[in-house]
Write a protein that binds this ligand. Structure first.
Ligand code: GRF
Length: 191
């Protein structure tokens, strides 16, 4: 079994757009002795992202990137290569990953999605589940491929949907599950 200690840990970049609770959780996880990853870079398309600001405050290298200009992807890619990044974790990242990233990091990009995929790809997952009176809601960690929320599933976790649930109660409950399964998924693929 590979031992991931100190410098041996898999250098990881996190892509974030919003509140960054998954990012914070992964940073905490990376500091554990049995964690196979170190967080070496945080990339965001949103300068005001709480996750991005948290990374800055915690002295993790950060790069702001708007993801609107195809030509500049090469610059970002070279930064990842320079830092020897071997794993990319999308954590609430609201942009489409450029094709050349997929090519260079084949099988190395993970995403967390707040639904029980293949159900409810895309946005407003909880609202749609609620409307359809689903029995369960949940979340999925999956590999990223060139189709939205469609790569191979690594792990899922579900929770009951109750009559009194609202989008916000579901969001809260599912987010807790997300924080549980993202580290498990990482261990599953690396250990
Ligand atoms: C999470 O629900 C994640 O599954 C989705 O966006 C949300 C991000 O939350 N892709 P946070 O930024 O990690 O708090």
């Amino acid at each position: 079994m590979t031992r991931y200690t100190g410098k041996n840990k898999v250098k990881t970049a996190i892509f974030v757009s919003g509140s960054g609770t998954n990012l914070k959780n992964l940073i905490k996880f990376s500091k554990k002795i049995n964690s196979p990853i170190s967080i070496n870079l945080v990339i965001s398309n949103n300068l005001k992202s709480k996750g991005f600001l948290f990374a800055k405050k915690n002295k993790i290298s950060t790069v702001f990137y708007n993801f609107n200009n195809d030509k500049n992807y090469e610059i970002l890619l070279s930064k990842l290569i320079e830092l020897n990044i071997k794993l990319i974790c999308l954590a609430g990242f609201m942009k489409i990953i450029p094709k050349n990233f997929l090519k260079n990091f084949k099988g190395k990009i993970l995403n967390i999605h707040p639904s029980l995929l293949p159900k409810y790809k895309g946005l407003n997952t909880h609202g749609r589940a609620l409307k359809n009176k689903e029995k369960y809601v949940g979340c999925t960690v999956h590999f990223v491929n060139n189709k939205l929320d469609s790569g191979k599933i690594i792990i899922q976790k579900k929770t009951r949907l109750f009559k009194k649930d609202t989008i916000s109660t579901i969001k809260k409950r599912v987010l807790k599950l997300e924080h549980k399964i993202y580290p498990i998924a990482i261990k599953k693929i690396l250990l």
